[in-house]
Design a protein around this ligand. Structure first.
Ligand code: BDR
Ligand code: CA
Length: 309
């Protein structure tokens, strides 16, 4: 089996960190590079966190490129209420000994989008870096994007919008409008991709990495227990994208036409998803995840994270 090469464009972030670790633990994918963006926290913090997580897993050799420190047009607004002041609150993770690469993430992405064979882009933060790469390098495109963001139903940052798309709606619209092979993994499925306290306890005793992930989950679960008491665990948003590449049978995915609300009204950042061919018959510009086998997903996360020592 040849692993699928992936680049992770992310804003770690608890679930981004677990997405990185899931990729490192999985022979089906090969993480070739990490790019960081402002999102859950400021760019300096998301970059430091990506480096710390890679070193934790003994993979400080994977290059990290830092990218955009603010959205295209909107004001930057981080998610400290979910991820804490560091963006990765909970465990006592030492600062990384390595540093980010000198080149800007947008330049690295553009180079990779021109390379052969191309890596699949997994995007788990606001889409600022990707939108900028498309805008400044018209000849550079990935063959495939799997992104965490959006929702057919309700949002999490506002009633209408999910955080990653809300944070930079213009960039997200730029990405969907390209009509590439883009899969949107939204809240409709990630709110059914739950890690419970019982899952966390299994990881805690598995080894050094499992212990850190359990401490990340302890912090992350506090927010979800108070704000989403109707959920039986904490949503593992970003790892679902990686899991989809590891095992495509976990998700039910359909063609869709996706458009982002780029107004400044109360619904800005909403993803309008036409998957029933209401207005855009025969003209999908993306795919959308509709359903997930949540139990199999959670088992995959627990097993793979537990295998990291
Ligand atoms: C998304 O927003 C961030 O807080 C998470 O890391 C995830 O990418 C969920 O809405
Ligand atoms: Ca994220």
């Amino acid at each position: 089996m040849t692993p699928t090469p992936i680049i992770l464009d992310c804003d770690p972030g608890h679930d981004d960190a677990i997405a990185i670790l899931l990729a490192l633990a999985s022979p089906e994918v090969e993480l070739v590079g990490v790019t960081t963006v402002s999102g859950n926290q400021t760019l300096d913090k998301t970059t430091a966190n990506a480096l710390r997580v890679l070193e934790l897993a003994g993979r400080g050799d994977i290059p990290v490129y830092s990218g955009a420190d603010a959205p295209f047009m909107r004001q930057r607004d981080v998610a400290a209420h979910v991820h804490g002041e560091s963006g990765l609150d909970g465990p006592d993770l030492p600062p990384a000994s390595s540093a980010a690469q000198k080149r800007h993430a947008v330049e690295y992405l553009a180079e990779q989008f021109r390379a052969a064979p191309k890596a699949t882009l997994v995007a788990t933060g606001p889409l600022t870096n990707v939108g900028l790469a498309f805008a400044t390098h018209p000849d550079a495109r990935p063959d495939r994007i799997v992104l965490m963001g959006g929702s057919i139903g309700e949002g999490n940052r506002t009633p209408a919008a999910e955080f990653n798309i809300w944070a930079d709606p213009e960039a997200a619209q730029r990405v969907f409008a390209e009509g590439l092979d883009t899969t949107m993994v939204g809240l409709d499925v990630t709110h059914r991709a739950l890690i419970t306290d019982a899952h966390t306890e299994r990881m805690r005793t598995a080894g050094k990495v499992g212990k850190v992930v359990a401490e990340l989950m302890d912090f992350y679960a506090r927010f979800h227990k108070s704000h989403y008491p109707d959920l039986d665990g904490s949503p593992m948003h970003d790892p679902v994208c990686v899991a989809h590449l590891i095992d495509p049978t976990l998700l039910d995915v359909r063609d869709a036409f996706i458009e982002v609300d780029c107004t400044t009204g109360p619904s800005w950042g909403r993803t309008n998803v036409d998957w029933r061919n209401r207005e855009h018959f025969g003209a999908p510009n993306a795919k959308v995840a509709l359903d997930i086998d949540g139990e199999r997903f959670a088992e995959l996360v627990v097993e793979r994270i537990s295998s990291l020592k």
